[in-house]
Design a protein around this ligand. Sequence first.
Ligand code: AMP
Ligand code: GLY
Length: 419
Amino acid sequence: MRVLVVGGGAREHALCLALRADPAVVGLACAPGNAGTDTLAEARPLDVADPHAVADLAVALGADLVVVGPELPLVAGAADAVRAKGIACFGPSAAAARIEGSKDFAKAVMAAAGVPTAASRTVGDRADVDRALTALGAPYVVKDDGLAAGKGVVVTADRDAAAAHAHAVLAAGHRVVVEEYLAGPEVSLFAVTDGTAIRPLLPAQDFKRIGDGDTGPNTGGMGAYCPLPWLPAGFGETVLEQVLGPTVEEMARRGTPYQGLLYAGLVLTADGPKVIEFNARFGDPETQVVLALLRSPLARLLLAAATGRLAEHPPLEWSTDSAVTVVAAAAGYPGSPRVGDPVLGGTGPGVLHAGTSRGPDGTARTSGGRVLSVTATAPTLSDARDAAYARLGAVGFAGMHHRTDIAAAAVAGLVVTPR
Ligand code: AMP
Ligand code: GLY
């Protein structure tokens, strides 16, 4: 099987590693990739936002399977364009990817399917913002209805700050979703689906805020661990029954079957798990820890989903280890990151590249906000955490910063409840 991975983050580096390890894979390309993926996979330049460019590259490479990493190409129709060329694609159609592309659409699907989620109102003007903030109350949760690279959500007790974010989103021409605040620990649960059959992967936890102790602004994600020792027994089955199953059925009923990776962002509330968001793709950095523990060959699994044969796929096999990943970010992130600095230690074990590219001399340079995602596995979560931080100590670039508390509360036997 020849596989093309679309994207250029640490998620795609993790996908390339797992695909390379599948003996069914005879050719692997990653476009546009980064200074880590280009050591494992053929690198090709690509404008991922252009569905026809994605499809043309798949044809040029003779790909049997395209795996789309980020949401932007999916929402733009990359999977449709690839399938129109007769090539299997792991990833939802543009119509189905709206489950991530519009929070209001996701809410409508959940309402129709009876999926537990936060109460919400979608508003289009400033007067309605005020009414919605009053109706749903503090702490205020204000979301950009459209794609915002993980930075469209503000959660705050400060009503003026909540209103200011809503006004900025409206000024950018998007609608605003105001939501009920859900208290409890967050869980990311990924499921592979062909539109009918569903295979949940192991639950993971992401750390969204920039600072230790869940302080400061939201980011794309600063670290993750897997599995979650504090989850109640039967959590996966509950989410399959109450969330994933009804959602996949509702998407099919609407004539827009969902095929690819369905990412449920959940809060484990006192009343059970509730959805705070759906994503149409693998999460980053959770993928780095989930795939580190997957023992089943990845290409065969994704091809089975992409070709409607997931029901025939054998049960997934997992390592009993734990995995931890810590993101090394550039100075300025999540604002404007400093770029162009040499990356040291970038070829070390467990070092996955994100915002890196090669300079004129061929060495790796920083080129984005999240630069590296340093990952380790071990038989205990405590040892995995220590190993990930030890590996992080061997990488560096000017202005590098990272959280020091990834998986720390879980190692101490506590549950992490973001503020
Ligand atoms: P999202 O991009 O929708 O995952 O939101 C980013 C972060 O905001 C989440 O990871 C949560 O920490 C927080 N958040 C979003 N929605 C809610 C909610 N309804 N209640 C509490 N926190 C939320
Ligand atoms: N880790 C959060 C995301 O991928 O959206």
